[in-house]
Design a protein around this ligand. Structure first.
Ligand code: 2HA
Ligand code: ZN
Length: 271
């Protein structure tokens, strides 16, 4: 059996959590990540018949039964994952009935999965139906996106259009736009369901006055989506109070969309 601390999925998660902390997206114990793993890669490091604990989830995601996830622990600080991966991360398998997580490694010291596990698992189920290669769901608290939800109208089409118009890259990176939820209590099944419902259309879902969810095939892709949206929000906050002389127009967005063959969210560009 190989040493799990040398597994590429652990090393990549350590690098990602350290980077997200350095970006200021994950103060204290905020943020959470789940990464879908293949059974074959898990078997190289773990005896998959050795279930350490069974953790009830409080909801059901039957379509994920038998699937393996690397997940951040509740209360874990992203900046500390690198120093103690076995306490701050866990590897779980979703049980046959979809209602519990079977712990195979990690969460040492009695920990359990992130409080946002419902939003993660429900989003995985929806993203896998939209893109069978999706592997990552991540949540964090980027400053500029949160700030923008204080001052911009909370209509997801209007919000997406503003982000697209802030920098040329935006529509190229997230042509599917952003979903947007009004403020809701976090860590609940309800916010998980509301997030997942929007994940069928967009890989980025903003939680007003809280943070964002990103989905992707890799950790880099999910991080890159959030980074690009937060950059656009940063530009918005810099210019919002000035008279505007130059803008990215709808014809310019259309030119990018047709030139690059982008699958732009329907109805989001003006005719
Ligand atoms: O993990 O970010 O939304 C802590 C949070 C809850
Ligand atoms: Zn949060």
């Amino acid at each position: 059996m190989k040493n799990i601390l040398e597994a590429p999925f652990i090393i990549e998660t350590i690098r990602t959590t350290a980077n997200m902390y350095a970006l200021g997206w994950d103060e204290r114990n905020s943020g959470n990540i789940s990464l879908l793993l293949d059974e074959t890669e898990v078997r190289e490091y773990l005896d998959i018949t050795n279930v350490l604990r069974v953790l009830p989830t409080g909801f059901s995601t039957e379509s994920l039964a038998g699937k393996y996830f690397l997940v951040t622990a509740t209360g874990s600080y992203f900046r500390n994952v690198q120093f103690d991966p076995a306490a701050n991360l866990g590897i779980v398998r979703i049980s046959e009935d979809g209602c519990s997580a079977e712990l195979l490694w990690g969460f040492e010291g009695g920990g359990r999965f992130t409080s946002e596990f419902p939003a993660h698992m429900m989003s995985h189920a929806v993203r896998l139906a939209a893109d069978p290669e999706n592997r990552v769901i991540m949540h964090c608290h980027p400053n500029d996106l949160i700030a923008m939800t204080h001052v911009h109208e909370l209509d997801e089409r209007a919000f997406t259009r503003t982000l697209w118009k802030m920098c040329t890259e935006s529509i190229m990176v997230f042509p599917d736009g952003v979903g947007l939820l009004p403020w809701m209590p976090c860590g609940t099944v309800e916010i998980g369901e509301a997030t997942a419902e929007k994940m069928s259309r967009s890989r980025l879902i903003i939680w007003a006055l809280h943070g964002i969810y990103g989905a992707g095939r890799t950790l880099d892709e999910a991080c890159g989506l959030i980074e690009t949206a937060d950059k656009a929000a940063n530009v918005y906050l810099k210019i919002a109070h000035f008279p505007v002389h130059n803008s990215i127009t709808d014809p310019m967005l259309r030119m990018l969309a047709s030139g690059l063959g982008l699958n732009v969210r329907e109805g989001y560009l003006e005719e």
